[in-house]
Design a protein around this ligand. Sequence first.
Ligand SMILES: NC(=O)c1ccc[n+]([C@@H]2O[C@H](COP(=O)([O-])OP(=O)(O)OC[C@H]3O[C@@H](n4cnc5c(N)ncnc54)[C@H](O)[C@@H]3O)[C@@H](O)[C@H]2O)c1
Length: 289
Amino acid sequence: MDVAGKTAVVTGGGSGIGRAIARALAAGGCNVGVADVEREAAERAAAEIEREGVVARAYEVDVTSDAGVEALAERSFRDFGSVEILVNNAGVSSKPGPLLESAASDFDWVFGVNVRGMLSGIRAFGGRFARSGNPSWIVNTGSEHCLGVPHLHSGLYTASKHAVLGLSAVLRGELPDHVGVSVLCPGLVDTGIWRSSERRPQRFGGAAEANPAAAAVMKLGMPPAEVATRVVDAIRDETFYIVSHSHVVEIARRRWEEVAAAFEAQAPRRDGDEQYSMERIMAGFAAAR
Ligand SMILES: NC(=O)c1ccc[n+]([C@@H]2O[C@H](COP(=O)([O-])OP(=O)(O)OC[C@H]3O[C@@H](n4cnc5c(N)ncnc54)[C@H](O)[C@@H]3O)[C@@H](O)[C@H]2O)c1
């Protein structure tokens, strides 16, 4: 799907990967709504984007609020006349630590933003896209963790990104043909995500000092603009998986090989084994209806 002449809304568009995606879309001739919980960051990004000669607007939104995301959809459709691209990118990472010491409030926060916030976006924008009949696209920001990179001491974040892949895979099958879906799976990118905990809302435990050692690690990441280019290419090429860090293929392969070996040892293929296949059973029910 071409992005020129379309309108995109990018959540978490005020900084990092989201801001870079917003800029790349604008460079491709797409109008952009920059949505972020940090109003000033969204306004700065929108001002920057307008220099590309497209229309940009800033929206303050907290994606953990269903009503807030619904209001974002309503306002952006009204302001631009139509929206065809949603980049569900807002995300947070809690302070690193082992799962045994993780707090329930951090689970609620990380899943609240990374997964539930994404679902709110899918419902609010996806429903409008489906009803409009216009070619549309949803990009969900996952990470290399979707593909099998277990980030030790970042278990809640890793689990939330597995959930992003699950949501995206099902969504791809459920939406009508004119609405496409991609899942973005980058590795390390040089952004300020390591400071998320400094802005953790009170209801999820309040602000917590970020680990300054993480800054040095993040600096070694890929520039956000490089990832952003791939997002625009993927929308144009209509691809589901958006990948950027080539070494991750080996980690994904190792996971798959371990799964395949488990099947070989415990449940090798045999004649008639499709008896319990959900796909086959559900197809039978659908045909009978
Ligand atoms: N940086 C990496 O190495 C990396 C790698 C893979 C995936 N990601 C993912 O990329 C996405 C963007 O992260 P980033 O690295 O650019 O970090 P970032 O901190 O620069 O950007 C995240 C943005 O989301 C916004 N945000 C946070 N909570 C929000 C909320 N409740 N409602 C609305 N906006 C909110 C923040 O204000 C910020 O502008 C996230 O989903 C992250 O998980 C990052």
